[in-house]
Structure formats: C-alpha cells, structure tokens
Design a binder for this molecule. Structure first.
Ligand code: ADP
Ligand code: ZN
Ligand code: ZN
Length: 751
C-alpha cells in the first residue's frame, strides 16, 4: 500500500497556511486522519510534541521519506471550530477545484492585532423624559444610582466608561441592566463598535400571522425532533420572511447553538440590521466589506468566544468560527452575489449546505423569487417548502403593473426614454407628493460614444468593449478602469459628428430633471457611491423624503423598504435579457419582480411600468403578473430542453492568455482532453443511460479581450456532478503538465 503523508500547520491562522510541515502517517492511524483533525507531532530540533492541524492528506512526499518524522497521535476531543472550517476548505477544494491553500485562505480569518488601547464610551440611547421613565423600571431599587445616571446623561449623551465608574454609585452591576435593555450602549473604539452604533428605533411588537406561525412551527417541530433539514421559505415580497427567520433563530439559540445569517451585501443596510438588533441586541455580530481586517477579525473573535451567537453578513460570514452552528439562514438565496468570483469560486449556498451537514445544522433559504435550482429541489422534496402567500401587513397590496412596448412608443412618435404611461404616472406621483424609483439594469449602459458618420463606437484599447461617457468629459472602461478624454474627432474617420448614444443613469437623471423641473432627483450608482458610506447615505436621504425620484441601477431595487414609494419604472427591462448567460431570463424575472415589490409596500397602491422591446418574452410577462410559478414552469422547460442546471451540471473552463496563439493551443488541448475523458465515460456501462457528456467550445468569451488578455471558454455538461468533477480534475492534471502552463490563466466555474 502506498504511504500516506499529512501536511500540517502548527498555528492555525490565515498567514501560517503557506507554511505547512509534512509528516508520515503511521499505518495504524491512516483511517483516522483527515483534513481538520488535530494531531500531536514532534517539532523542531528537540522534537518537542506540538499540536497541529492536518490540512491535507496526500500520497506525494515533499521531501526525503527517510528524514520525515511521523505523527505521534490524535489529540482527543479534537474537533474544534477550526477543524470544521478546515474540513469545509477541503470540501471546497474538491468541489470547486482550487488549491488547498486558496481554500484555507478563504475560510480562515486574517489575524490582525490592534495596537491602540481600548477606549470605552457609554452612550445614552434615549431622550430625557424617556430615560427617566425607563430608569425607574430598570433601577427600581437603586435610587442613588438612578439619580446619578439621570443627571449624568441629562447634560451629555456620551461619557467615558472609566469616568462614569469613578462617579460613585455607578457600578458594573448597575450598568448591566441598562445595557441589556438598550437604555445605554457601550461603544469601544478598537473593539468592534456596537453594529448599529448609538441609534435606536422603537421596536414594534410584531405578532406572527397565521402563515408565518405555520412556517415557524413546521421548522420547530423538526428541529425539536432532532431533524436537520434544508428549507425553502418561499414568500412573496413583503410577506414577512425576516420575522419567520427570527422566530426560528430564537429557537435554535435557546438550544445553545449559534446562527449564521447570510444577506447580500447590498441589502445589508442599517434598516435590516436594526430589525435583528431590536430582537437580539448584543447577541449579534456583523461583518461587511466596509470593515477593516482588524474589525472583521474582532467580530470573528467575538463569535469564537461566545460573546456573539448570531453572525450577520455577506457570503464570507459563512466562515464564522462558531463552536456549534445550529442554523444557517440565507436570505434572498437567488442572489448572484453568493457566488465567489475568485478561487475557490464557491457558491455560498452549496458551501452552507456542506457546513450544515458537517455540523448537524439546518439551513433555511428564503426568497420571493427562488433560484430555479432551489425551487426544483423543493418541488422534488429534497428541500422542505414553507410558503407565505400574503403580504404581512394587511393593508398592503401587490402593485399594479403595465408593460410598455417601446416599439409602439417610437411608432407613435415618442422618442424619449419615458413611455407615455410612465410619464403620466410620474406626474401623478409627484402631484400626490409620493416617491418614484426609476432604474436601469446596468451602470453606464450603452452610454457609449459613436460616430454618426461612420458608426464606429470608441473602444477600450485593452479590452474589447465600448468605453462609456461620463459627465466629467471622460470616457471610461468598466472592465479595466482605463480612462481618456472625449475626442473631438472620430478616431476612425475624422468626422466631428461624434456623440454619446443611448441611456445611462446620468443621462436619465438629466432628462428627468429637464422634464420634471420641480422634482427633486437623487441618483445612485457605482459612481455616486464609491465613498465608504455613500450608498447608505443616499438611501436614507431618499427614505426620509429628501427627494421625489431616485434614479439608479438595479442596486436600488434590491431589498430596500421605502414606505412612500408608489411608482417604480424599469426603464429598459431588456438589458438583462440580452446578457450572454443561460440565467438571463431568471435574472430579469427576479429583478422585475423585486422592483414591483418595492412599490406600494404601505397602504397606498403601487404602480409599476416595465418598458421593453420584447413584451412577449415569458420572463417579462410572468413578472408583470408577478407569477413565480408560471415563470418557473417555462424556465424549467427551457433548462431541460437545453441541458442546463438544475437538469445538467456545467463546468465552464475559462482560459486566458496574452498571446492569441498560446490561447488557441491551450484551449484546444484542454478540449481534446475533455473529449478523451468523455469517450472513456461513455464506454463505461453506467453511463449508457442519461445525457452524454457534452462539450461545447472553446468559444470566445462574450468580451474576448480584457486587460490585454484574450479569453476563451470551454463548457462541459453532464447531469452527473461527480463525473464532471472527475473530468475537471483530469483537465487540471493535463494543464499542470502542459508547456503553456506558465503563460495561461485558468478558471474553473462549476454550476
Ligand atoms: P419580506 O422579507 O418577506 O419581504 P419583511 O420581513 O421585510 O418581508 O416584512 C415586510 C414588512 O411587514 C415589514 O415592515 C415587517 O415589519 C412587517 N411585518 C412582518 N410580519 C408582520 C406581522 N406579522 N404583522 C405585521 N407586520 C408584519
Ligand atoms: Zn467615424
Ligand atoms: Zn478596458
């Protein structure tokens, strides 16, 4: 039997991952050693025994076997939060085809120690009268302390913690109930700040309605019976899914386990966070991309130490080192943002299911427009389906939707970006002093510069895409960031008649201001929100009524709750339909349905106008009547016919090189290898039934040249994931041996 070796890291941290030590695995331990396990190993000159984590088991010796030391034994009770994360990394490596190193760097937090000393501040969260009232409740028996606290915070809202303790009558025991009841908050400058800062909203007491209760009860029944399942909470927009999550979370916390809540970054707003905060207070920790690495590490430390039992954040929050996760909630599970764009290109939904399996946790996926994959699983019974069919607030009704055929508009002589229906509704909305949202599916869309004489569009010198014009007189490439000033003459033919074409968010803003001079207009897109807080500020300004119309990209329709918005206009619904991706229809349907969900969330009726050149497309039609299941039926048939997920797995191999000839030979060599593999599988008996392994391409990527790299894509499709993964592994081996390896970049994408 071949000898096995274990790669071990002695200290568990992101930085130490590059420094592994290899040991022999004694035969009697072979069965018990796998990634994540903690072992004793002799270390250094003196051969002192130290604990290390196995990160990889291999049969490749990295150096002389004669000189290699052997593992001494397994540390008893060796499963820790880290072991589980290493195990998860191992799973990710296998599933997504990255190196173990990349996988480990993804799951292990970056250790960043803070230099500064901690500075704590007590912040009063209440106005004076309320403070007085609540203090009487909270400090009934501490008359002196009560008076002291009241006088302290009557003058100032913020007082140093150390200073307060020196005042007399104020002790830790006195402060404890005040902090628990959110009368005061303790802020600390290096320790992570209370995630909602020093703001407090009145917590409404929400009582679950029947549907919500039924969903929560179904989960509770299983959970209490020791069943761990995956649930799909499918509830229309505004049906109150968050309340249901919180009920489930409450139950799991009471059993002493922890909860991870994944929310797409874009929907992770103050407003969302405060709802969790109102219910769970200091138990929650939050991560988002705006945190520094140190702040992030602190949050993970709070989780590890048990100070926080709930972690809320985007996909990377999945790797919170909780000792025992009982529930993972994934809100808006259909979001593309759950898929990582860098190796390992993991899908957080799949990785969550893997983590849940390893730890015995349940998973709840929530959405108003579930991904086709998830709904298919729910329909087939692999996931348990929980449904919310009605809006939670009784008085709120679904919006009324019009589809405006822009071809007809043009025929009728309307050349503006607004259909007549949308113009009319905009006027009415402004008159009623209500708010409107107008959105485009992409920033800078088709605001490219073209020549009216020769028709050429000006392209980026590095990439094969059009440059877009910006108001500051520059043209930019949204792929590589290249910018240059607007030319005075066409670079191709020298004609002076060159102009911006089409509509971007900036253009819409200008036109809107011209057509509705009295309206106050705000714009939100990548260009206006590059600052640290930009997007939150624009949203809250709009929510508080500082503008009548909000114009932006799709980011403004995702998950935000604006009570005064009664009109939503999808200015060019087709943009996302034309994306070169088999999910284009799904994305369009989701976006339009979400947009419709933004209008009329309160008691007033909402109106939606979908502007399109393809009014007969099923994604547009089903979105217009907000009928997910009708959409699903059509989309499912299409996926089945064309062999796409969920009926078929797809591995996309992206090959990129600076030299087109090298790219050519690399791509075709990989395609050849894939064909060879598929022949081999075909000859195996088990493959006689079902689809054959399909190989498509290599084809040029939809944008062939980016950042001076040419790109081709090879697709391999089969209904059996395991076979696909095996073929991918073979291709990896083939690539490692190839002459071109150093000159070619490879990316594997599994879906
Ligand atoms: P979803 O996430 O399903 O779109 P939310 O959880 O955001 O819906 O809830 C929509 C609105 O309904 C929120 O303002 C929420 O406070 C309110 N809500 C939820 N459940 C109830 C309930 N049982 N009674 C009254 N209002 C509710
Ligand atoms: Zn020209
Ligand atoms: Zn470019």
């Amino acid at each position: 039997m071949a000898e096995k070796f274990a790669n071990i890291i002695i200290d568990i941290s992101h930085e130490k991952v590059d420094r592994t030590f290899q040991y022999k695995i004694p035969e009697y331990l072979e069965e018990q050693i796998f990634a994540g396990i903690r072992v004793w190993a002799p270390f250094g000159m003196g051969n002192h025994l130290r604990q290390g984590y196995v990160v990889e088991v291999t049969d490749q010796a990295e150096y002389d076997i004669e000189k290699m030391k052997a593992i001494e034994g397994i540390v008893p009770g060796s499963v820790t939060a880290e072991s589980r994360l290493i195990q998860l990394a191992w799973w990710m490596r296998e599933r997504y085809g990255s190196t173990m190193n990349q996988a480990l760097k993804t799951v292990l937090p970056v250790k960043k120690t803070m230099k500064a000393v901690e500075k704590k501040t007590l912040v009063c969260l209440l106005e004076k009268e309320e403070l007085e009232k609540e203090l009487q409740e909270a400090l009934r028996k501490h008359f002196k302390a009560r008076a002291r606290v009241l006088s302290l915070f009557s003058a100032e809202k913020r007082i140093s913690y150390e200073k307060a303790l020196k005042m007399g009558n104020i002790t830790g025991a006195v402060l404890k109930p005040l902090l628990e009841k959110n009368i005061l908050a303790l802020e600390s400058e290096i320790q992570y700040r209370n995630p909602v800062g020093s703001q407090r909203e009145k917590a409404e007491n929400i009582c679950l309605n029947q549907e919500q209760q039924a969903a929560a009860d179904a989960f509770a029944k299983d959970y209490k019976a020791g069943q761990r399942n995956t649930y799909l909470l499918y509830g229309i927009t505004g049906s109150g899914k968050t309340e249901v999550y919180m009920e489930m979370m409450d139950l799991v916390l009471k059993t002493g386990k922890q909860v991870i809540v994944l929310i797409p970054e874009i929907a992770l707003t103050f407003q969302t966070v405060i709802r969790f905060y109102n219910r769970f207070g200091q138990k929650i920790a939050i991560v988002n991309s705006r945190l520094s690495q140190g702040e992030r590490f602190d949050q993970f430390e709070r989780a590890r130490k048990g100070e926080a039992q709930i972690m809320i954040g985007p996909r990377s929050a999945l790797f919170t080192p909780f000792p025992q996760v009982g529930l993972i909630v994934i809100d808006e599970e259909q979001e593309g943002a759950y898929k990582s764009e860098t190796a390992p290109r993991y899908d957080a939904r799949e990785a969550a299911l893997a983590r849940a399996r390893m730890e015995g946790a349940s998973v709840v996926l929530g959405s108003a427009t579930p991904s086709v994959e998830s709904f298919e699983k729910a329909a087939s019974g692999a996931y348990k389906l929980l449904r919310l069919r009605n809006r939670a607030k009784k008085e709120s009704v679904l919006a009324k939707v019009w589809v405006a055929d822009m071809r007809e508009e043009l025929k009728a002589g309307n050349k503006t970006v607004f259909s007549r229906q949308l113009q009319k509704l905009l006027e009415e909305t402004l008159q009623k002093r209500e708010q409107a949202i107008l959105f485009l599916n992409r920033r800078g869309y088709s605001s490219f510069i073209s020549c009216r004489s020769c028709g050429e569009a000006i392209k980026c010198p590095n990439c094969d895409v059009s440059l877009t014009s910006h108001k500051d007189g520059k043209m930019r490439c949204h792929y590589c960031g290249h910018e240059e000033p607007l030319p005075e003459k066409c670079p191709s033919c020298g004609s002076p008649y060159i102009a911006g074409f089409g509509t971007g968010t900036q253009k819409v803003e200008e036109i809107t201001k011209k057509m509705f001079p009295a309206a106050r207009v705000l714009r939100m897109d990548m260009d206006t929100t590059s600052g640290k807080k930009g997007h939150e500020e624009i949203l809250s300004a709009f929510r508080s009524g500082e503008a009548d119309i909000l114009i932006g990209t799709q980011m403004i329709v995702k998950g935000h709750d604006f009570p005064n918005v009664t009109l939503v206009g999808a200015l060019a619904a087709d943009m996302s339909l034309h994306a070169p991706d088999f999910r284009a229809g799904e994305r369009t349907f989701q976006l339009l349905t979400q947009a419709a969900g933004r209008a009329g969330r309160d008691s007033r009726p909402g109106y939606v106008v979908i502007q399109t050149y393809l009014p007969e497309h099923y994604a547009i039609q089903t979105a217009a009547v907000q009928d997910y299941e009708a959409f699903f039926a059509q989309e499912r048939a299409y996926r089945r016919l064309l062999h796409y997920p969920p009926f078929c797995g797809v591995v996309a191999v992206a090959v990129a090189a600076a030299d087109q000839q090298i790219l050519e030979s690399a791509a075709s060599e990989l395609a050849e290898e894939a064909k060879l593999q598929s022949e081999m599988w075909k000859n195996l008996r088990e493959q006689r039934q079902g689809f054959e392994i399909e190989i498509m391409g290599p084809v040029q990527a939809s944008v062939y040249k980016v950042n001076n790299l040419y790109r081709k894509i090879l697709y391999i499709k089969n209904e059996n994931y395991d076979i696909l993964i095996k073929i991918r592994t073979k291709l990896e081996v083939c690539a490692e041996k190839a002459q071109w390896r150093q000159d070619v970049q490879l990316q594997w994408d599994v879906s």
